[in-house]
Structure formats: C-alpha cells, structure tokens
Design a protein around this ligand. Structure first.
Ligand code: ZN
Length: 175
C-alpha cells in the first residue's frame, strides 16, 4: 500500500500481530522511500443496520450492548462461555446480513430471546421480563405457561429459579 506521508507506492510489513481482543491483525509498516512507520489494521467488516429505539430515536448497533444484555440475563446460570460466544456470533451474523439500513430494537430483542431460549430458560425469562416490560402479572404468567407447555423436563429442575426472577430488574435482590 501507499505511504501516507510521501505517497511512495512501496511499503513493507515489519511486524504483524493480533490485537488484544483477537479480532484484528495489526501490521506495522515501513515506507521504502521515506522510512516512515505506520500501522494498518485488518479485521472482518461487520456491516450493521442502525437501531430504531422504542421512542423513535436511532442509534448505532453496539456489540458491547448486545453482549452485556445477554450476560446480565445469563448471570450465575450454568451456561458455558463458549456457548454464549457461539450465540453472539450467530446474532452478529444475522445482524450483518440485514439488508435494511435500520431495524427496530424490538426485532433485535426477538433475536436475542430466540438465542437465550436455546441456551437457558431462566435467562430467557429474565431477559423477556425486562425487555417486554410486563405491565401486568398475567402477561408474565402467560409466558411461564407457554414455557411449561414446552415440556416439564426443561422446567422441573429450574422452577425454583424461575420463581426467584425479580419482577423488576432495577430492584434486584442483593447477592
Ligand atoms: Zn514514505
């Protein structure tokens, strides 16, 4: 590539390493003409639509937000980190394959719930209860009922945990 300082068309790579998060390769380059050194970064291009929030505001999609939301729901649950990472990769793949320039946050929420329901029913209910902001107890009961219909095998051992799900995440019980 061209030197950004003198525009000479020959630069060579003097060092190449992964960035701390492992998501990019950093190359240290040196210009053959003026000797200037500079870095280039190489990573996957993830094209993501902008997110339309419930109030109509738009914001850039944030992988960090997505990850934090999922990790909060999965807190203290017996789910392997590797499984969570796989779910996040699947979500990123779905998001980056969206053709539209923007999508409602509710759609993103549905996708997250789909992944969580595969990983852990308790995490799913936690996320859904915050996300859907159940206005009445009936809506929450309906959800639990639907989960029960899915099969007692899933619920039996976890029923105790389900009952501990706080109705309002802002008033979470102390650990
Ligand atoms: Zn140069």
């Amino acid at each position: 590539m061209w030197c950004p300082f003198c525009s000479h068309d020959e630069t060579r790579v003097v060092d190449s390493r992964l960035t701390g998060d492992g998501m990019q390769i950093r190359r240290r380059r040196q210009c053959a003409e003026c000797g200037a050194r500079f870095n280039t970064f190489e990573g996957p291009e993830l094209k993501a639509p902008r997110i339309i929030k419930a109030d109509g505001g738009r914001e850039a999609f944030s992988e960090t937000k997505l990850r934090n939301g999922m990790l909060r729901a999965l807190e203290k649950r017996p789910v392997e980190t590797r499984e969570i990472e796989r779910a996040i990769r699947r979500l990123l793949r779905d998001i980056s394959s969206v053709e539209e320039a923007e999508i409602p946050s509710s759609l993103l929420g549905e996708w997250v719930m789909r992944e969580l329901s595969r990983l852990d029913q308790v995490a799913y209910v936690r996320f859904a209860s915050v996300y859907k902001r159940f206005e009445d107890v009936q809506a929450f009961r309906d959800l639990i009922e639907r989960l029960e219909l899915k099969g007692p095998a899933v619920l039996d051992q976890r029923q105790g945990d389900l009952l501990k799900v706080p109705a309002d995440r802002t008033k979470r019980p102390k650990k």
